[in-house]
Write a protein that binds this ligand. Structure first.
Ligand SMILES: Nc1ncnc2c1ncn2[C@@H]1O[C@H](COP(=O)(O)OP(=O)(O)OP(=O)(O)O)[C@@H](O)[C@H]1O
Length: 374
């Protein structure tokens, strides 16, 4: 199958006329934020906010030409408009001090002490499942936790926590973060309308992330877990640059390919000077529920060896298990649905290790959560 590239996408978009009816979208410089992840494509077309409704046929045409590119499985096109100063909405936020351990050049988020990213070099490795159970594991260990779902390709949080979409943005002031199982949560999935893919309040995709960080009332949090989009392209790099991260956790499956991708993830965070808190090996082994036999179907242990080689802490291994899949997909993550079971214990243990890394790096006297053991 041919690879979908930005160049091919731009070439196709030259066939779509812009709002003036004469020049094409590319010529007018209206296409931005092109994200390609396997067969999934997302991009923005900047338009005048007042004309957005009339430009739906143009958006549809852009979607149509890109969806015809061989290898493209899904296309998300957002009409975006940069908010004009004084056009309403939440008041501009004052720069806050950076979160401890993060880049001091990036302002922190009100009330949030520490922000960590959960990332993966490629999609489908169970990053979101791990992120939510890690967040619940941190909470089970006595911390106040929030989760920001920054995965624009396929936001998972609404599904993982069974939260319905946001009904209406507030007329003024900050939007309150949602709550699910005691976690404060926000997701890209709440910001995109189902039938009109226009980002909430019309900002660009990247500004949507900034809005979720700074224009949402998160309350007081010890830690915010950011579920990053999969992959290591420009979009991920930008996000890693925008969010004042104290560190990143990389999720990988044991297969070689995923590990190569995980290495790219490590390199990406290095590039933006974000410390890697460690690697989690997901779908590490299969434990037969009836006979108890363990099978290392993906050649278990690769992540631990790779972590050692790269000098990154190894945070733990999560088995491939039906209970983890079923609970995730039912919106009742295993740490809350079976809090005393073996899988919940694994996530709580990983959470303790992550927190230990954070506190060690921050060099502060903050008590690490205790590891819950039977
Ligand atoms: N350890 C596990 N055991 C069994 N199933 C798992 C495990 N981890 C994740 N899954 C399942 O794998 C599927 C993909 O997981 P998830 O959505 O968390 O992956 P992801 O890496 O975030 O994917 P994407 O890149 O598409 O966002 C889900 O159905 C999830 O329930």
């Amino acid at each position: 199958m041919s690879e979908v590239t930005k160049e091919v996408i731009l070439e196709r978009l030259q066939k779509v006329r812009g709002p003036d009816g004469n020049s094409d979208l590319v010529e007018l410089g209206l296409v931005s934020d092109i994200f390609v992840s396997g067969g999934r494509v997302a991009f923005s077309i900047t338009v005048d906010a007042d004309k957005a409704n009339d430009l739906e046929p143009m958006r549809k045409a852009a979607e149509e030409v890109v969806s015809r590119i061989p290898g493209v499985e899904s296309v998300m096109v957002a009409l975006t408009a940069e908010r004009k100063p004084g056009s309403g909405g939440a008041a501009p936020q004052q720069a806050r001090p950076a979160a401890p351990g993060s880049d001091p050049a990036k302002p922190g988020v009100d009330g949030v002490k520490t922000i960590i990213a959960v990332a993966s070099g490629k999609g489908g490795v169970g990053k979101s499942t791990t992120a939510i159970n890690l967040a619940l594991g941190l909470q089970a260990n006595g911390l106040k936790v929030g989760v920001l779902d920054a995965d624009i390709y396929g936001p998972s949080l609404p599904r993982l926590l069974k939260i319905e979409r946001m009904p209406e943005p507030p007329a003024e002031g900050k939007l309150k973060a949602f709550e699910g199982y005691g976690l404060k949560v926000m997701s890209m999935g709440f910001l995109v309308e189902e039938d009109t893919p226009m980002i909430w309040r019309g900002p660009m995709v990247m500004s949507a992330l900034t809005q979720m960080l700074r224009e949402v009332d998160w309350g007081e949090l010890d830690v915010m877990v950011v579920d990053m989009p999969p992959g290591t392209g420009d979009a991920q790099l930008t996000m890693a640059q925008q969010v004042p991260l104290a560190g990143a956790v990389i999720v990988s499956t044991p297969q070689d390919l995923a590990l190569i991708d995980a290495r790219k993830g490590l390199a990406m965070f290095k590039k933006v000077s974000v410390p890697v808190l460690g690697i989690i090996e997901n779908m590490s082994y299969f434990l037969c529920p009836s006979c108890g036999t363990r099978s290392d179907i993906f050649g278990h242990g690769g992540a631990r060896a790779e972590a050692e080689k790269l000098g990154a802490p190894f945070l733990g291994e999560v088995p491939l298990h039906m209970e983890i899949r079923e609970t995730s997909d039912a919106g009742t993550p295993v740490v809350v649905s079976a809090p005393d079971g073996p899988h919940a214990r694994i996530f709580k243990d990983i959470a303790a290790k992550v927190w230990e890394q954070v506190t060690t790096r921050e060099g502060r006297q903050r008590a690490a959560p205790k590891i819950v053991m039977d």
